[in-house]
Write a protein that binds this ligand. Structure first.
Ligand code: SAM
Length: 288
């Protein structure tokens, strides 16, 4: 239903400005999500199904529910309803071209390779990384890991399964399709990612605004179309934390509508469209 049509209907659930404010505060504190008041109708339409699913009659009741310590799963449902999982293979292809043409020749000389897909959704991003590495490296170093994390356990289950509609894999180069997309027996529309790729990837649940239980250093971090949901402070903290996780010369790839800002801009040099490279030393601060 369009928002205009929804606006003309009597509201099924009461949703006061105070309820919205409480929800926005929780979304910011727990998930770094930025919810401007202009998003209230959108938030209503996204969360109404959760209220129905839980048999509630108002957003006030919903807020009381998600506040409960034993409702961690509902808080994940909340973040899942407020963000999208949209993703695709070789999305923003220029990042994979940079990975292949600029980073891969360096990686080929290393014994240890670490790449992080932060906010990996249902898996096309880390699988596209794995295909680019397997295709471009003559031989694989023994110590190669792709870490793929997301806040949403349901989407991670889909990622681990690695099963996709064939039509959703159209952007996978045909030579890669024949190597790594295995037809699913009895389901002509379905393919499964081969074990050769799956074994390179560790999928794990992680809220990016909480502590990270690993150290790096990473050669590259893909964090694309995730920070867009975060407020400015959360974004800037995230870019700075990514800088500490990357080796000098490591790459940070971000989404097409995201921009690096804040103190981390001194840590990175621009290396292409929405592509940044960690400097060996921070750039000197400009005196004004
Ligand atoms: C639009 S998808 C982006 C997927 C992929 N990076 C891409 O660009 O195709 C955004 C993902 O970010 C995840 N996400 C949202 N908030 C998050 C948070 N605080 N921590 C970790 N992941 C989060 C969502 O669950 C979702 O899967």
């Amino acid at each position: 239903m369009s928002l205009a049509a929804a606006a003309e209907m009597p509201e099924e659930f009461s949703f006061s400005d105070a309820d919205f404010e409480a929800l926005a505060q929780l979304a910011r504190a727990e998930f770094g999500l930025s919810l401007a008041v202009s998003k209230k109708p959108l938030v209503y339409s996204r969360l109404a199904r959760r209220l129905r699913a839980r048999g509630l009659s108002s957003f006030r009741e919903y807020m009381a529910l998600v506040d409960r310590a034993d409702e961690a799963d509902e808080r994940l449902e909340l973040v899942s309803a407020l963000t999208t999982n949209v993703t695709s293979f070789f999305r923003e292809k220029h990042h994979f071209d940079t990975l292949r043409d600029v980073l891969l020749p360096e990686l080929a000389k290393q014994n240890r390779i670490r790449i992080w897909s932060a906010g990996c959704s249902s898996g096309p991003e880390p699988f596209s990384i794995a295909m680019t590495l397997l295709d471009g490296l003559q031989s694989l170093p023994a110590d190669l890991r792709i870490l793929a994390t997301d806040i949403d356990p349901a989407i991670l289950r889909r990622a681990r399964r690695g099963s996709y509609l064939r039509e959703d894999c159209a952007a996978v180069p045909s030579s890669f399709q024949s190597r790594w997309l295995i037809p699913t027996p009895g389901e002509p529309e379905q393919v499964e990612i081969s074990q050769d790729l799956k074994r390179l990837i560790s999928f794990a649940e992680l809220n990016l605004i909480c502590d990270w239980p690993f150290k790096g250093p990473f050669d590259a971090i893909f964090c694309r179309n995730v920070a867009i949901y975060f407020d400015q402070d959360t974004q800037q903290r995230l870019w700075t934390r990514f800088a500490t996780m990357l080796r000098a010369g490591g790459f940070l790839f971000i989404g097409h509508s995201e921009r690096l800002s804040g103190p981390a801009t001194n840590e990175f040099a621009t290396a292409g469209v929405t592509t940044y490279r960690k400097r060996a030393l921070p750039a000197p601060t400009q005196l004004t």
